[in-house]
Design a protein around this ligand. Structure first.
Ligand code: HPA
Length: 247
């Protein structure tokens, strides 16, 4: 079963034929909201809204550990994470879709491992390639199959939020090699890795990052909402196509 984590602009998956909704608890507390089980194009899927069913949980307060643990417990074989991002690179425009291949973590004070506590042995996981190459390819192939362009190579910078960045911070992220910026990629990706769940992401460019493009003097939240509404339809079409690719 595929798990889909929906971000801003995707708090439910339109074509999901719901069979069951389940509120679960985990040793790490409550996930962001209800786990919604069902079928998309006949394939079993579980959906979770990262920011809660009513979009009330800010990025730094998402219980990433509970979310990933709950998805593993309910039998998720892989996770596709959907998230909005700002674009640092001039050629990535609002509305564009990105499948990132690398990630940089600028967050702080988030619970970012399952391996802590006095009764837990110290464990390190390999994270050279943070996103699963096989699932990245499946997403990319599905996009191509329905004629949608995606950028399948991008470095995602994870900032703490919930505020957006300053223009100087974006310049720094660019110097570090980042292409897009979002607030939720970490620790989500590494927690999936710790539980050995293949994890890939699809990002929607919601805006130019601070100081770039038409965000030179500020970022309009209304414009972001408009872009996300439109582009999330495409994200859902890609996932639907991917799920039926072996037919
Ligand atoms: N910065 C951080 N996160 C974001 C942005 C941004 O500009 N846009 C959408 N998510």
């Amino acid at each position: 079963m595929l798990a889909i984590i929906g971000g801003s602009g995707l708090s439910q998956f339109a074509s999901l034929e719901v069979t069951q909704r389940q509120l679960v608890s985990t040793p790490y507390g409550e996930p962001s909201g209800t786990l919604t089980f069902g079928r998309v194009c006949g394939r079993p899927v579980v959906f979770l809204a990262r920011h809660g069913d009513e979009h009330t949980i800010p990025p730094h307060q998402v219980n990433y550990r509970a979310n990933i643990w709950a998805l593993r417990e309910c039998g998720a074989a892989a996770i596709v994470a959907v998230a909005a991002v700002g674009s640092i690179r001039a050629d990535l425009r609002p509305g564009d879709l990105v499948i990132p291949h690398q990630i940089i973590d600028y967050t702080w004070a988030r619970r970012s491992t399952f391996h802590e506590g006095s009764d837990s042995a110290v464990r390190h996981v390999d994270f050279t390639e943070p996103y699963d190459p096989g699932w990245r390819r499946k997403l990319g192939d599905a996009a191509v199959a329905i004629g949608l362009e995606v950028s399948d190579c991008a470095v995602y910078a994870t900032t703490q939020g919930p505020r957006l960045e300053t223009a100087a911070e974006i310049n720094r992220l660019e110097r570090d090699g980042s292409d897009v910026v979002g607030m939720t990629g970490m620790p989500e990706a590494v927690l999936a890795r710790e539980l050995a769940i293949p994890y890939a992401a699809i990002n929607v460019v919601a805006n130019y990052a601070a100081g770039r493009g038409d965000s030179r003097t500020g970022i309009s939240m209304e414009a972001i909402h408009e872009v996300l509404k439109e582009a999330m339809q495409q994200v859902q079409a890609i996932i639907e196509t991917m799920l039926t690719a072996d037919d």
